[in-house]
Design a protein around this ligand. Structure first.
Ligand code: SF4
Length: 348
């Protein structure tokens, strides 16, 4: 960036992007509002979820929790239920806590300053910049992976995006092209990054910035962004016991925060007296971000009423059935397992 540090001749790039956005902005429900509550929910929902996949969830969530007050006073389990299918449930838990924070610390009025928004539970620099620029006119770039990719291509800049300094570096670079209307600019970058300057096979001939893009003019687009460090993937083995009788089964809420915080799961151990009821075992592989899970699920069909009654009388598990399980949130592989069990059980 050393050659361009003092150069103010790059703002036309931001303006070109705004012109393009004016004609091509995607018609999304959260584009017609400056309500910080809705923009906040939208930013969190779409952090790790594609727009097409998350749109129904976003609409349903806003319908049930239309404002901070409704969300803050809801039960956490219900918030988790409305998050079902989006994954990364800690986001829902944080949203719920932050809503209560807004009630307690800001008398229910969404804070308008970047620094205050940043203090809300689960809100990082990107989200705080997005909300304060879109809703309150702050002149801040909302720097995320899209910015890293687009800027490193425009400037053919080989700064390593996997380093911890990347955020500060690309924030400075973004300021070089940032127009007054940072809110629209940030949304334009979001659209450009997902529709045109995509990670793979970017549509350069259709790009409004191609005349200014150094990587394009040098025919080196595929070299950017530069990412040197590979994130390590962890292998994790989990064991569950699906203990059931007459269509009812045992579940418990997760206490371990490592993955699937607060979701429901099957027991991870059983006492000696249930071991003889193990009928089969199923192995499931499941991928989470940077984690490969091997899940072993033992099918424990307790075909003795006496043992079943004795066991559930002595333990504090939640007992549910297929319909009841819809009221709870489960990790995806367990939800699939329950669905398969239900399908098989109906034909017994
Ligand atoms: S010309 Fe291609 S590489 Fe450059 S910003 Fe546009 S889409 Fe991205």
């Amino acid at each position: 960036m050393k050659n361009i540090e003092h150069d103010s001749g790059f703002h036309h790039i931001g303006h070109k992007l705004l012109d393009w956005y004016g004609k091509n902005a995607r018609n999304l429900p959260f584009r017609n509002t400056k309500d910080p509550y809705k923009i906040w929910i939208c930013e969190i929902v779409f952090q790790q979820t594609r727009i097409t996949q998350g749109l129904n969830h976003y609409n349903n969530f806003i319908k049930r929790f239309p404002d901070v007050q409704t969300l803050a006073t809801a039960e956490e389990d219900e918030v988790l239920l409305y998050w079902k299918g989006l994954g990364y449930y800690s986001r829902a838990i944080n949203i719920h806590k932050a809503a209560q924070q807004i009630i307690n610390e800001y008398h229910g009025v969404f804070p308008s300053e970047y620094e205050e928004i940043l203090q809300l539970k689960g809100v990082g620099k990107y989200t705080a910049a997005a909300i304060s620029s879109i809703c309150f006119g702050a002149k801040l770039p909302a720097v995320d992976g899209n910015f890293y990719r687009v800027l490193s291509r425009i400037f053919a800049d080989d700064f390593d995006v996997s380093t911890s300094q990347a955020f500060t570096y690309f924030s400075q670079l973004a300021h070089l092209i940032l127009p007054e209307n940072a809110g629209d600019f940030n949304q334009a970058m979001m659209d450009l990054g997902s529709e045109i300057c995509k990670p793979k096979n970017p549509l350069c001939p259709e790009c409004p910035l191609r005349e200014d893009c150094l990587a394009f003019s040098l025919d080196r687009v595929s070299e950017f962004p530069v990412k040197k460090k590979k994130v390590k993937t962890v292998d994790l083995a989990l064991k569950y016991y699906f203990v059931h009788r007459d269509g009812r089964f045992l579940i418990q809420q997760r206490k371990d925060d490592f993955i699937w915080k607060k979701l429901f799961e099957f027991p991870s151990e059983i006492p000696e007296e249930l071991i003889p009821f193990i009928k089969s075992v199923k192995m499931i592989s499941h991928k989470l971000t940077h984690k490969n899970l091997s899940i072993e699920i033992f099918n424990v069909e307790v075909d003795s009423a006496e043992v079943w009654e004795d066991f559930i009388g002595k333990n504090e598990y939640v007992i549910t059935d297929f319909e009841g399980s819809h009221e709870k949130s489960f990790p995806k592989p367990l939800e699939n397992y329950i669905q398969n069990y239900h399908t098989a059980y109906r034909f017994l």
